[in-house]
Design a binder for this molecule. Structure first.
Ligand code: 8ID
Ligand code: ZN
Ligand code: ZN
Length: 373
C-alpha cells in the first residue's frame, strides 16, 4: 500500500508510474489521506483512500483546508430525517485548487482557486433551480452528506456550483465562509431589515454566529448576541457585537433583550442547536419582526403562542445556505476585509477531537483542518 503525506514527496520518489494524469500538467496521486466512516456514529478512520475521479460535469479540487461545521457532526451522528451516503467522507467548507476537470466543464482552468460548498450540485432545470432556489432542489447533491466532501485531500464538485475564490485569498480563513458565511449572510437578507435596526444572533459565539455578528455589522445593523460559557462574551465583543446575553446566567432572557433593544430586535437569526432557544426567540422578537430559523437541532419544533404571534404579527421563516449569487456576495464581503475568520487550524487527523468539543458546546468560532496533517 502506498503511504505518503503530500504530492511533493511522491514526485521525488520512483513511484511516478502509479500516478494518474488527468488532462493537465498537475500530478495527481491514486491514493490520498481522508477521514471516512463506514457506519453512522461509527469510528472515524484517518487513512489512505482512493482519489475520486471527476465526472464530465465536475472539477477535481486539491483541498488545502476545510472548516468543520456542526452539520458535519449531525451527518456523522445521523440525527436528521435524511439519510447520508455510506461510507462517507464529510466536510463542506473546503478551499483548494483545481487540478483536473471533466470534459464538459466550462469556465474553469487548472490552478484556479475553488471552494466546496454544502450544495455540491443541483438539477438546474426544475422551477426552484430556475428561480435561484437551487438549495431547495429535490435533486440537490450535498457535500459531506450525499457526496464525499472536503475531509480529504482531493474532492469533486459540480463545476456550476463550486465557489470561485479570488487569487491571493488566505485559503484557511476563507474556508468557513463557504458554508457558515454564505448561510448567515443569506439569513440576514431573509430577515428583511434596514440599517440601524437591531438583530439578535442566538448562538452568537459558534461557527455561524461569529460570522453572523460581523456580516450584520457590515450590513449596518446593531447586534445583540446570546450564547454561554467561557470566552464567548469576549469573542462576541471582539467581533463588534454590542450587547451580550449569557443564557447560562440570565434569569429572564426575554425581558433583558426587550429592555436592551427597547421593544425587541426587528430580526432574530437562530444559529444555536437548541429547540428551547428557538422557541424563545418568538417571544422577544419585536412586533412585525422576523425570526429566521437556521440551526437544525434534531427532532425539534418551533413553538410560537398563536395569540401573540397574530397580535404582534411576527414572521417565522427558514433559511437554507444560499445560491450562487449569495455565495459571490458573501465572498465579496470577506475579500473586502469586512469579515475576519475566527479560526483555529489543526490537522485533519484530529477531526474527532473537534466533534467532541462541538458536542460539548465548547468551540469558540470555527475549527479548520489542514488536509496535509
Ligand atoms: O443552511 C442552514 N440552515 C445551515 C447551514 C449550516 C449550519 C444550518 N446549519 C446548522 C448546523 O447544522 C447546526 O445545527 O446550524 C447549527 C449551528 O452550526 P454551527 O455554528 O456550526 O455550530 P456551533 O459552532 O456548534 O455553534 C452553536 C452555538 O450555539 C450555542 C453554542 O454555545 C454554540 O456557540 N448555543 C447552544 I448549543 N444552546 C444555546 C442556547 N440555548 C446556544 N446559544 C444560545 N442559547
Ligand atoms: Zn455547514
Ligand atoms: Zn432543481
Amino acid at each position: 500500500m502506498l503511504r505518503f503525506t503530500n504530492t511533493r514527496t511522491l514526485q521525488q520518489t520512483s513511484l511516478m508510474k502509479s500516478f494518474l494524469r488527468l488532462q493537465s500538467t498537475v500530478t495527481i496521486p491514486k491514493m490520498q489521506k481522508g477521514v471516512i466512516f463506514y457506519e453512522t456514529g461509527g469510528p472515524l478512520h484517518y487513512k489512505d483512500i482512493p482519489v475520486p475521479k471527476p465526472k464530465a460535469n465536475e472539477i477535481l479540487i486539491n483541498v488545502k483546508y476545510s472548516g468543520v461545521c456542526h452539520t458535519d457532526l449531525h451527518a456523522w451522528k445521523g440525527d436528521w430525517p435524511l439519510a447520508t451516503k455510506l461510507p462517507l467522507v464529510g466536510g463542506h467548507e473546503g478551499s483548494g485548487e483545481v487540478v483536473a476537470m471533466g470534459e464538459n466543464v466550462k469556465g474553469w482552468k487548472i490552478g484556479d482557486l475553488a471552494g466546496i460548498k454544502w450544495l455540491n450540485g443541483s438539477c438546474m432545470s426544475c422551477e426552484l433551480c430556475e428561480s435561484g432556489h437551487e438549495s431547495n432542489c429535490e435533486h440537490a447533491d450535498l457535500s459531506g452528506y450525499t457526496h464525499d466532501g472536503s475531509f480529504q485531500q482531493y474532492a469533486t464538485a459540480d463545476a456550476v456550483q463550486a465557489a470561485r475564490i479570488p487569487k491571493g485569498t488566505n485559503m484557511a480563513e476563507v474556508a468557513p465562509i463557504l458554508c457558515a458565511g454564505i448561510t448567515v449572510y443569506k439569513a440576514l437578507k431573509e430577515a428583511d431589515m434596514r440599517a440601524g435596526q437591531w438583530v439578535c444572533i442566538s448562538g452568537a459565539a459558534g461557527g455561524l454566529g461569529s460570522l453572523a455578528v460581523q456580516y450584520a455589522k457590515a450590513m449596518g445593523y446593531r447586534v445583540i448576541g446570546i450564547d454561554g460559557g467561557p470566552g464567548k462574551e469576549e469573542l462576541f465583543k471582539s467581533l463588534g457585537g454590542e450587547i451580550f446575553v449569557d443564557f447560562t446566567k440570565t434569569k429572564d432572557i426575554v425581558a433583558e433583550i426587550q429592555e436592551a433593544t427597547r421593544g425587541g430586535p426587528q430580526g432574530v437569526i437562530n444559529v444555536s442547536v437548541s429547540e428551547a432557544a428557538i422557541s424563545l426567540s418568538t417571544k422577544y422578537v419585536r412586533p412585525t419582526g422576523t425570526v429566521v430559523l437556521v440551526g437544525l437541532p434534531a427532532h425539534s419544533y418551533v413553538k410560537s403562542e398563536v395569540f401573540s404571534h397574530v397580535v404582534k404579527s411576527i414572521n417565522i421563516k427558514g433559511s437554507y445556505v444560499g445560491n450562487r449569487a449569495d455565495t459571490r456576495e458573501a465572498l465579496d464581503f470577506f475579500a473586502r476585509g469586512l469579515i475576519k475568520s475566527p479560526i483555529k487550524i489543526i490537522g485533519l487527523s484530529e477531526l474527532p477531537n473537534v466533534y467532541k468539543l462541538m458536542e460539548e458546546g465548547k468551540i469558540l468560532g470555527r475549527y479548520v483542518v489542514d488536509t496535509s496533517k
